[in-house]
Design a protein around this ligand. Structure first.
Ligand code: NAD
Length: 543
């Protein structure tokens, strides 16, 4: 349905500071205490109703894993089938609903999220995903509200893109939603991505089945409640947590599976793509496959860099949210001439960092998400400790007695292709390679080819020619490229996000380009006065 009205021009949700004495700090602390001492029962949400699943799992705090926040229901095959059937039943009415009505639901959801539900979604994200108040605020409250508001605005702009019409006809494009359901599978690390993946396709008139990450169900359920409150009709979005791949075949091999909207690891995404390929004859439509995946994000410094700004970008870029951002700086290339100053500044800043429970607002770092992540990250640190090709310069300590804590760790690699320069670790580990200043050009080539990913990257330098040279040499090494800034913290509407190579399909979350993938365009040509006989003038005889 084409919209007839303009929509509000979005602005980014202002970030609250949570500084001592502010009202937001007091109300967030009260909500944290309430959720911590409560026990939430988190249901599935199918066809507009809360329901039980076939099994359940506990929601715990990563920084205190003995503390149970609630019980989360997990779907089995029966619930999976009901979710598919209900979504397909909801599709015809939803896809014919005027855009204004669809948009109004998402705009209302954004206001509920940034207003009455703000503390709840932030507190849930802090407790169950172990984020600081600031990291939760920029993710769960601000970025998710931005996704909702900007997507409405971008959808409207897409609808405005129309063909020309020659005399006697009227041509138009109908931006229909997908004729089937989108399987939205989200990661643990951003509550906002959890909310964006299933809602982008439904904003465009489709329906979604949402499988949140099992460690993020607690906060993702808060968003599902917001959508219900905002008036989303039953069946349009099915909230269907289930363990790992257990229901993937049921959903992914269904003839009505029309799209996959995924964010997570490269390995899981490649498994999805393979399943779709193997089942290609079985679908009614060729499924849209959109996936944003892993990263091995770099900071490349030229010898003209400001060393304090560089060291600060490394500390923030590598360690905020324990390095569990797909965009986190995890390898750095520093010229020999700057290394002593950069190292000293980093060590002095790192020495100030405190790690612990997010309810203590003085902590800059919290715990990593779960036992599996802890074991994997510790494995990389152990390998660096045992290798003659690497040296741990800072941190390296791991302790999971109470929570899954890993110290911010800086490794110096003696070879540019050392393991931790190549593979995604997804934890608070930064590996530095120190290069000879004269090898700037050669080292750029190495940085471009060391890892299979191409998500984010940053170049530092005051020398403009050097910055230009690095930008060209690393042209395909990052989908989001930063000059004199850390490679994290993309903002909806300002830095559309996504990468190439093995980092994903680069459809740019939080942009028109992503929303276009959820449109199934019908071209309509309407003729005012149609021809009444087949013959063209050229057929007439010459005399
Ligand atoms: P993950 O791949 O382990 O899990 C992602 C989602 O897939 C989860 O919901 C998980 O339960 C589900 N899953 C796993 N196996 C499945 C299967 N066989 N069938 C169906 N679902 C399955 O990733 P994660 O640990 O949640 O998140 C970390 C990863 O996500 C990192 O690699 C990170 O780089 C990436 N990430 C990328 C971006 C981006 O924009 N590029 C953003 C955030 C996270």
């Amino acid at each position: 349905m084409l919209p007839s009205y303009p929509v509000p021009v979005p602005v980014n949700e202002p970030i609250k500071s949570y500084a001592p004495g502010t009202p937001e700090r007091a109300s967030l602390k009260a909500k944290l205490a309430e959720l911590r001492s409560g026990h939430a029962e988190i249901p599935l949400f199918i066809n507009g109703e809360e329901c039980a699943g076939a099994s359940s799992r506990k929601a715990v705090m990563p920084h205190n894993h003995a503390h149970v926040l609630g019980e989360c229901q997990l779907a089995g095959p029966d619930e999976g089938q009901r979710a598919i059937d209900g979504a397909m039943q909801a599709l015809p009415e939803w896809s014919s609903m005027p855009f204004e009505d669809r948009a109004a639901i998402f705009l209302k959801a954004a206001d509920l999220l940034s207003g009455p539900f703000r503390d709840e979604i932030n507190a849930a994200t802090m407790l169950a995903q172990s984020k600081t108040a600031f990291q939760a605020e920029i993710d769960a409250a601000c970025e998710l509200a931005d996704f909702l508001r900007f997507n409405v605005y971008y959808a409207r702009r897409i609808y405005d893109e129309q063909p020309i019409s020659s005399e006697g006809m009227w041509n138009r494009l109908e931006y229909r939603g997908l004729e089937g359901f989108t399987f939205a599978v989200s990661p643990f690390n951003f509550t906002s991505i959890g909310g964006n993946l299933p809602t982008s396709p439904i904003l465009m008139g489709g329906v979604s089945i949402w499988k949140p990450a099992t460690t993020a169900i607690y906060s993702n359920w808060v968003f599902m409640k917001i959508l219900r409150e905002a008036g989303l009709p039953a069946g349009v979005l099915q909230f269907l947590p289930f363990p790992g791949g257990s229901l993937s075949d049921l959903l992914m091999k269904h003839p009505s599976m029309a799209g996959i909207h995924f964010t997570g690891s490269t390995e899981v995404f490649e498994g999805f793509w393979k399943t779709v390929g193997e089942n290609i004859r079985g679908y009614r439509n060729y499924p849209r496959i959109v996936g944003e995946t892993g990263g091995k994000d770099f900071v490349f410094a030229h010898s003209s860099s400001d060393t304090t700004a560089l060291a600060t970008a490394l500390v923030r870029g590598a360690f905020e949210y324990q390095g569990q951002k797909c965009s986190a700086a995890s390898r750095a290339y520093i010229p020999e001439s700057l290394w002593p100053a950069v190292r000293q500044e980093m060590e002095s800043q790192l020495a100030e960092i405190r790690m612990g429970d997010p309810e203590d607002f003085g902590n800059f770092l919290n715990a990593v998400i779960d036992a599996r992540a802890f074991a994997s990250i510790r494995g990389y640190i152990e390998q660096a400790k045992d290798s003659a090709d690497a040296e741990i310069l800072f941190g390296g300590g791991c302790d999971d007695t109470t929570g899954y804590f890993i110290e911010p760790t800086v490794i110096q690699a003696k070879k540019p292709d050392f393991l931790t320069m190549r593979e995604e670790i997804f934890g608070p580990v930064l590996t530095v390679f120190v290069y000879k200043d004269k090898d700037f050009e050669e080292t750029l080539k190495i940085a471009d080819s060391t890892s299979e990913y191409a998500l984010t990257g940053a170049v530092f330098g005051r020398d403009r020619a050097a910055v230009r040279q690095a930008s060209l040499a690393l042209k395909n090494a990052a989908g989001n490229f930063y000059v004199n800034d850390k490679p994290t913290g993309a903002v909806v509407g300002q830095q559309p996000f996504g990468g190439g190579r093995k980092s994903g399909t680069n459809d740019k979350a939080g942009s028109m380009y992503n929303l276009l993938r959820w449109c199934n365009i019908r071209t309509v040509k309407e003729t005012a006065v149609p021809a009444r006989h087949f013959a063209y003038p050229f057929l007439s005889s010459e005399d």
